[in-house]
Design a protein around this ligand. Structure first.
Ligand code: NAP
Length: 318
């Protein structure tokens, strides 16, 4: 029986791995991959599609998301965490030991930390699907460089939309932020950075009703009005969707308690409704969603798992 399986390899899962490995639990880290549903649980998580991280303590010059992930992973491996390029395919939390299905095999474990993160949300338009990777993207870092000297739209009004818009000005001739209200949700500093940028325009009270294109690529968008104005067609070479995230919790539905919005219901600090199952990061946190808060919660989950293992040992279960 394993002592601890950590599901997920973003800052939450990998920080949990550092603490658990230093406590000599030799945790297995399921880094991610394609789930049975066809969804991708990205190894490294959302930091893999993040440009500069300027607010993670200890990096005064900033660090790229992928570099930060590599550093945290190396730190965990140094103490003996074991990493598999696989997701959890199914779980059974009905009793002791817990079970996790990995590459078609059920593996028994005393404790589990869920750190599966969240994924970018899409508008849900058929035309968005049609032009996916042909001008429609949710990742400026990954795809921005393909859009040199073209006009781009960025959809959304949160920090992500601001960050993507500013980043894309490196390549685009002009960036238009399309937001469904007349006020950004983003922090003041990020909003001002975008609004004051000479290459960024803002269209308030507009939603993308249809992505327009020819037989190859995006050529524009039809924008509906949220305040009763007529539709507006704008020309652009690409559309970046930055409208928030959905937690990766589908496989846990029915096994632990989820909230109405499908984020994992946290019991106490980092526990779940199932005994021995702990949680960390964006799959449980719809509020802060920062690399540093995910890492902090990963630490808490690992310490709680360690304590649970001590209790199991005292009870003679291990
Ligand atoms: P978010 O804060 O949830 O913002 C999502 C935005 O998309 C909102 O403006 C929302 O509009 C809009 N939206 C949602 N569904 C839509 C739809 N179907 N059609 C059109 N617009 C839609 O998400 P986020 O920007 O990804 O940020 C998530 C968290 O990460 C936040 O806590 C943020 O502070 C943090 N973050 C921080 C940084 C940084 O500090 N460097 C960078 C990125 C993200 P409404 O406003 O009308 O709801």
């Amino acid at each position: 029986m394993e002592k601890l399986i950590i599901i997920g390899s973003g800052p939450a899962g990998l920080t949990a791995a550092i603490y658990a490995a230093r406590a000599q639990l030799a945790p297995i880290v399921l880094e991610g991959g394609f789930l049975p549903t066809g969804d991708l649980m990205t190894p490294g998580g959302q930091l893999m599609i993040t440009t500069e991280v300027e607010n993670f303590p200890g990096f005064p010059e900033g660090v790229t998301g992928p570099d930060l992930v590599d550093k945290i992973r190396d730190q965990a491996k140094r103490f003996g965490s074991r990493h598999l390029d696989a997701p959890a395919e199914d779980v059974d939390f009905s009793g002791f030991p817990l079970r996790v299905k990995i590459e078609d095999e059920w593996v028994e474990t005393a404790t589990v930390i869920i750190a599966t993160g969240a994924n970018a949300r899409w508008l849900g338009l058929p035309s968005e699907q049609k032009y996916m990777n042909r001008g429609v993207s949710a990742c400026a870092t990954c795809d921005g460089a393909f859009f040199k000297n073209v006009k781009l739209l960025v959809v959304g009004g949160g920090d992500s939309a601001m960050e993507e818009a500013v980043f894309l000005t490196r390549y685009a001739s002009e960036v238009t932020l399309v937001h469904r209200r007349e006020e950004f949700r983003a922090s003041k500093i990020m909003s001002e950075r975008a609004i004051n940028h000479p290459k960024i325009k803002v269209l308030w009270n507009r939603s993308v009703a249809e992505v327009l294109g020819d037989d190859k690529r995006v050529t524009g968008a039809r924008l509906s009005s949220t305040v009763g104005e007529p539709d507006l067609e704008v020309a652009c070479g690409g559309i970046f969707v930055a409208i928030g995230h959905t937690p990766n919790t589908q496989i846990f539905d029915g096994h632990i308690r989820l909230r109405d919005d499908k984020y994992i219901d946290v019991v106490g600090q980092a526990s779940t409704s199932a005994k021995g199952v702990f949680v960390a990061g964006d799959c449980a946190d719809s509020r802060y969603r920062q690399a540093i808060t995910a890492a902090g919660m990963g630490c808490m989950a690992a310490l709680d798992a360690e304590k649970a293992l001590d209790d199991y040992e005292a009870e003679g279960l291990l």
